[in-house]
Design a protein around this ligand. Structure first.
Ligand code: NAD
Length: 513
């Protein structure tokens, strides 16, 4: 297999060549991960949390060098890389450090009266080997958040980063940071073919973040092997602005929500729905705000480059298709004179015949639509094929509560944008074509485990009433017990005690006979 060039998107210069893993190397990685999973099974959580702390120290000690590398490989602005890759990843891992023990602890479950005397609990076991396949838009944070959640839950992890932003030296340095990370985290590089081969190597869980077409392919290849798959897929996230919203704040949010990470965020605002009374004012203010955006990758730049050449072609094709079919271009609509940047682009007059209304843009382009009423926008919102993150803007708290309940989506931000992701305690994931399963939060961490139901019976030297031999008397007492289970009140307890004693006497009699 030939090497894959890793390009700095902002300059076009080749940074290095990445060697994709061979079939043998994929198999070896799975073998090593299987042995590591066995070893990790016997490793206490405290030891895994020590390794997590070593990773957090690495993020702190190498922050500037990491930012250099992320910016070089992704072409995003330094501010975007700081917020989405370093800050977010650190916060997620801090949450993990502080909450993992409580979330993963055995959970006592109340015992029903019919099982009186027994002790029940749920324990959380690691899956074994978790395969994490990640995209290029956040080269460090997406893969490492999933990897650390899986690792802290007790799994061995195989991480397959995107071939476009493989961060080879960084992942190797992370592994070297702690013996348990070296043992429990294998990083396998390569393109989609390597990802597909790793799925065929039969991990115990696949955690995939990426596009919908690839998600479908992975699900299809995991199905015959009965491997569970967690899918975090793309979206066309909407922002809904009512005419009573704080306008300057909503405009600033729309601008950032669309342009952050050069629009290459799964939760980026791609559809902006503005109530008709403020539509013209809003579009004018958004176009003015777009004019203030500074292109570049430095600390004082806002909008970075487009990470891959195919993404640039895709963005431009959607914009050109819309304009050719009559959409109104208010600003942007083309790449920059120099560098691999796309200008902030605002479109109105987009119709359902245009590709941009259906396909994920994943670029600094927003289509602005108007709506008349709450009922209309709820219906329009819920007809979206995907649903990851929605934002609602209104000063009317009652309306916000109604929308929170009515809108079908994975995450909802009220008078803010993309920010549910900022709280590691909240679950993250989508509905419909945006995938299923949740990352982060207690739900995300538990998703990296299998629950095991445990019932412990203090031995009492006699058989259970539900065991043989059956008899007409036992059947009648069982019926009486069943009738009593649903009843309430003090008399019920007295009756239950009477039936319980009768069953106990019957079992003893049968046992002696
Ligand atoms: P992609 O689907 O092209 O690739 C993602 C990863 O899958 C890469 O590592 C790739 O090598 C691998 N891959 C490709 N084909 C494979 C196969 N057949 N089997 C196994 N692995 C395979 O996605 P991308 O272009 O890297 O990322 C952009 C997409 O990711 C966008 O659609 C975006 O919305 C989505 N995304 C979603 C989230 C989320 O949490 N919902 C977050 C970030 C990005």
């Amino acid at each position: 297999m030939s090497d894959i060039p890793v390009i700095n998107p902002a300059t076009g210069a080749q940074l290095y060549a990445m060697k994709p893993a061979t079939d043998l190397e994929c198999e070896a990685a799975m073998g090593a991960a299987r042995s590591a999973a066995e070893a990790l099974r016997a490793t206490p959580l405290t030891a895994r949390l020590e390794a997590l702390t070593a990773f957090l120290d690495y993020l702190r000690d190498h922050r500037e060098a990491l930012l250099d590398q992320i910016v070089a490989e992704s072409g995003r602005s330094r501010g975007d890389a700081m917020l989405s890759d370093i800050f977010q990843l650190t916060e997620d891992c801090l949450w993990l450090r502080d909450h993992a023990a409580a979330v993963l602890a055995d959970e006592k479950v109340a015992t029903p009266i019919s099982l009186l005397g027994k002790h029940c609990r749920i324990r959380r076991d690691a899956h074994g080997v978790v395969l994490v396949i990640s995209p290029w838009n956040l080269p460090l944070a997406i893969g490492m958040t999933a990897a650390m959640f899986a690792f802290v839950a007790g799994n061995a992890v195989i991480l397959k980063p995107s071939e476009h932003t493989p961060m080879v030296a960084v992942f190797e340095a992370i592994r070297q940071r702690h013996p348990l990370l070296y043992l429990g985290l294998q990083v396998v590089h390569g393109g989609g073919d390597v990802g597909a081969r790793l799925v065929q190597a039969r991990p115990d869980l696949v955690v995939f973040t990426g596009s919908q077409p690839t998600g479908r392919r992975i699900l299809a290849s995991a199905a015959p092997l009965l491997i569970p798959v967690l899918l975090e897929l793309g979206a066309k996230d909407p922002m809904l602005v009512f005419d009573d919203a704080d306008l300057p704040r909503a405009v600033a949010a729309a601008c950032w929500g669309n342009l952050h990470n050069s629009g290459q965020s799964c939760t980026a605002v791609e559809q902006l729905h503005v109530q008709e009374g403020i539509f013209e004012t809003f579009v004018a203010a958004l176009v003015a705000a777009s004019g203030e955006i500074r292109l570049g990758t430095g600390a004082a730049h806002d909008l970075g480059a487009i990470t891959t050449a195919f993404q640039m072609t895709h963005i431009d094709a959607l914009v050109q298709d819309a304009v050719a079919q009559g959409a109104v271009l208010h600003c942007g609509g083309r790449r920059s004179e120099c560098g691999h940047f796309y200008l902030p682009t605002v479109l109105t007059g987009v119709t359902s015949a245009m590709r941009i209304s259906q396909e994920e843009i994943f670029g600094p382009v927003v289509a602005v639509y108007s709506f008349a009423s709450e009922a209309e926008i709820i219906a329009r919102h819920n007809s979206n094929p995907s649903g990851l993150s929605t934002s609602v803007w209104s000063r009317d708290k009652a309306r916000c509560r109604r929308l929170e309940q009515a809108l079908s989506t994975g995450c909802i931000n009220i008078n803010n944008v993309m920010l549910t992701e900022g709280n590691a305690g909240l679950p993250f994931g989508g509905v419909r074509q945006s995938g299923f399963g949740r990352m982060k939060g207690a739900e995300g961490l538990r998703g990296m485990t299998r629950s095991k139901a445990v019932l412990e019976d203090p031995t009492r030297g006699k058989p259970e009433p539900n065991w043989y031999p059956y008899s007409a008397e036992k059947l009648a007492l069982t019926g009486e017990l069943l009738d009593l289970l649903g009843q309430k009140g003090l008399r019920r307890w007295w009756r239950l005690a009477r039936v319980g004693l009768a069953i106990d006497r019957l079992v003893k009699r049968q046992h002696r006979a």
